[in-house]
Design a protein around this ligand. Structure first.
Ligand code: NAD
Ligand code: WQD
Length: 345
């Protein structure tokens, strides 16, 4: 029997791609989602890629009894990958308690149930947002954690602290927090991808929606930063590479002899790109000319951040397989597919 891994937020952007990677690596993903930021359609795309319907539970991870029913039914879970969370930075400023409730309670409920049902391995979705604007680049796992500039960012910092404290107390828990940089791209089949609600906050969906004619113009937020062309620098990682890192992270935990273990690992490409470089690369791979203008800085934006991925290479034995070109090509293919579907009703 294939080892079962519980994937919370499994209908979401990164969770769905990780489900594909898990299945390809010989695991059985058991998905949980409440569709707070996703739709049932994702499950259809997943079933087409996997050639079978993965186990799926519609449940809220903060609902202890609903989650306990899943732990009971799936009695021999080998680990948990916890993606379920709210992630919109701006919304978290407007509705902080909604974010604290969802992002903290879901982790606490899971930790209790893992202990109760003897499931020790947990891979947690953290974020490079915990570093704020680093003093030195590339950013390593030893770089200081900076005060977060949003409740969303604080939920990630607090969740990391919760994991660290739980492990320090001697609890039977092996956890790794993966600090993602900027996930982009889609499955190359274009059967699953990122599905932002309403006007996208993130760069790549805004780029592809503009190219598809759904948005009139992309605004580049600031060109007076201390970077090669004045626009901000980020580390854009293909979502399939990020998905693979979760399998390696689970196996890292599984193969760790200690019963109480916690670690943090950066997951990026190790390379920074400016916003204008992303635009030019997108234009080259899509053959589309992008309508954009330079606008003012976006409040709260970090000037530049990219990862040192030496630890991921070493302890996870993981390396990226995809380039920025691949990611933008896959994002564009996905955008074209969903635009065509929307036009055809
Ligand atoms: P997403 O919104 O696409 O996926 C999250 C999924 O979790 C959604 O399907 C949503 O419906 C579900 N969900 C939320 N709360 C839930 C709950 N209480 N119970 C059950 N399901 C719930 O987001 P994503 O981009 O796939 O992000 C996954 C994780 O990675 C999140 O924890 C996010 O904070 C983290 N992260 C994302 C990014 C990014 O830029 N996408 C960067 C760093 C970290
Ligand atoms: C990337 C770059 C923008 C939109 C956010 C969260 C962070 C993390 C990842 C979860 C920046 C520029 C964007 C646009 C633009 N998520 N941009 N025009 O800011 O790195 O981080 O997502 O943990 O917490 O804050 O990503 O995609 O929003 O922006 O010029 O219309 O693109 O200024 O330089 P960011 P992003």
């Amino acid at each position: 029997m294939k080892p079962k891994i519980l994937v919370t937020g499994g209908a979401g952007y990164i969770g769905s791609h990780t489900a594909v990677a898990l299945a390809a690596a010989g695991y059985e993903p058991i998905l949980v989602d409440n569709f707070a930021n996703s739709s049932e359609k994702v499950l259809q795309g997943l079933a087409q890629i996997l050639q079978y319907k993965p186990a799926f539970y519609e449940a809220d991870c903060t609902d202890r009894s609903a989650m306990e029913a899943i732990f009971q039914k799936e009695s021999n879970l080998k680990g948990v990958i916890h993606f379920a969370a709210y992630k919109a930075v701006g919304e978290s400023v407007a509705e902080p308690l909604k974010y604290y409730h969802n992002n903290l309670d879901s982790l606490l409920v899971l930790l209790d149930l893992m202990q109760q049902y003897g499931v020790a391995e947990l891979v947690f979705s953290s974020s490079c947002t915990v570093y704020g604007q680093p003093d030195a680049l590339p950013v390593t796992e030893q770089s200081p954690i900076k005060p977060a500039n949003s409740p969303y960012g604080r939920t990630k910092q607090i969740c990391e602290d919760i994991l660290q404290d739980a492990v320090s107390s001697g609890r039977k828990l092996k956890a790794v927090a993966l600090r993602y940089f900027n996930p982009v791209g889609a499955h190359p089949s274009a059967l699953i991808g990122e599905l932002p609600n309403g006007v996208p906050n993130n760069l790549i969906p805004f780029v592809t929606q503009t190219a598809a004619g759904l948005r009139q113009k992309l605004t580049v937020f600031g060109e007076d930063y201390n970077t090669p062309d004045g626009t901000c620098v980020r580390d854009y990682i293909h979502v399939m590479d990020l998905a693979d890192a979760h399998i390696r992270a689970f196996e890292y935990l599984r193969d760790t002899a200690e019963n109480s273990f916690y670690d943090v690992v950066n997951v990026g490409t190790g390379q920074g790109n400016t916003v204008l470089e992303v635009i030019r690369t997108f234009e080259a791979v899509s053959g589309q000319s992008l309508n954009y203008q330079i606008g003012p800085r976006r409040p709260g934006d970090v000037e530049k951040v990219w990862a040192d991925v030496g630890k991921a290479n070493k302890v996870l034995g993981w390396q990226t397989q995809h380039s920025l070109e691949d990611a933008l090509r896959d994002s564009w293919r996905w955008q074209q597919k969903i635009t065509a579907e929307q036009k055809n009703g």
